[in-house]
Design a protein around this ligand. Structure first.
Ligand code: DX5
Ligand code: ZN
Length: 221
């Protein structure tokens, strides 16, 4: 199973954005993770289309856009036009999940669904086969640098089973508190795509840390 590492720009130094992105590329990052927050779904504000467009000009890597916003459908077109490669929406604010996912695909982007730590996996059961990506939050969203919630490992294992049982080919992503200490358990539980903010950007050698995280996935214990 191949491993994807997606550094989260939330922890990057925006005064040196071009250098930070070049560092991610040099370290072998697979995707760049972009956290969009609206101050309503989560108690924090971050970026919009303008920043996505800026990041798009700085790299050819896929831009993995995580929408922590209410009424996410209001942003689909603008964000894909700005260069998003994938849009991931929270089931907690997606009452018409299937229609919203279809719309993302129609626009030519990878369609993802994400659930908070307190949301059961049953929230994605009926759409699993339609998903390009399933994201399991391993912290309550809103901020970088939080502690990994240990119960997430069991949830990832159950999510992997759900994808197998429904015949879904979705990638299984985990986001929040991923570090050299926590990534291996997530990988063994069945995750294949890992977001990491603080662990990469606060590392002594951020470029090398991307490889360290990837290597941890290959370790058997
Ligand atoms: C949290 C965001 C994450 C965040 C992860 O709400 O969705 O992507 O940047 O940061 P770390 O890896 O520092 O927990
Ligand atoms: Zn995120």
């Amino acid at each position: 199973m191949s491993v994807r590492i997606a550094p989260s720009l939330l922890s990057a130094d925006f005064a040196r954005l071009a250098d930070e992105i070049a560092m991610c590329e040099a370290g072998g990052a697979d995707w760049i993770h972009v956290d969009v927050m609206d101050g309503r779904f989560v108690p924090n504000l971050t970026f919009g289309a303008k920043v996505i467009e800026t990041v798009r000009r700085l790299t050819d890597l896929p831009l993995d856009v995580h929408l922590m916003v209410v009424e996410p459908e209001n942003y689909f077109e603008d964000f894909v036009a700005a260069g998003a490669s994938g849009l991931t929406i929270h089931t907690e604010v997606a009452p018409h999940l299937l229609r919203q996912l279809s719309r993302i695909k129609e626009l030519g982007a990878r369609a993802g669904a994400v659930i908070n730590p307190g949301t059961p996996l049953s929230a994605v059961q009926e759409v699993a086969v339609e998903l390009d990506l399933l994201l399991i939050m391993s912290v309550n969203p809103g901020f970088g640098g939080q502690q990994f919630i240990p119960g997430s490992v069991g949830k990832i294992r159950r999510a992997r089973r759900l994808l197998a049982e429904t015949g879904s080919r979705a990638l299984l992503q985990v986001d929040g508190g991923i570090s050299r200490e926590t990534i291996n358990a997530c990988w063994r539980a069945g995750a294949d795509t890992f977001v990491a903010g603080n662990a990469i950007f606060s590392a002594a050698d951020p470029e090398a840390e991307i490889g360290v995280l990837r290597a941890q996935c290959m370790e058997s214990a």
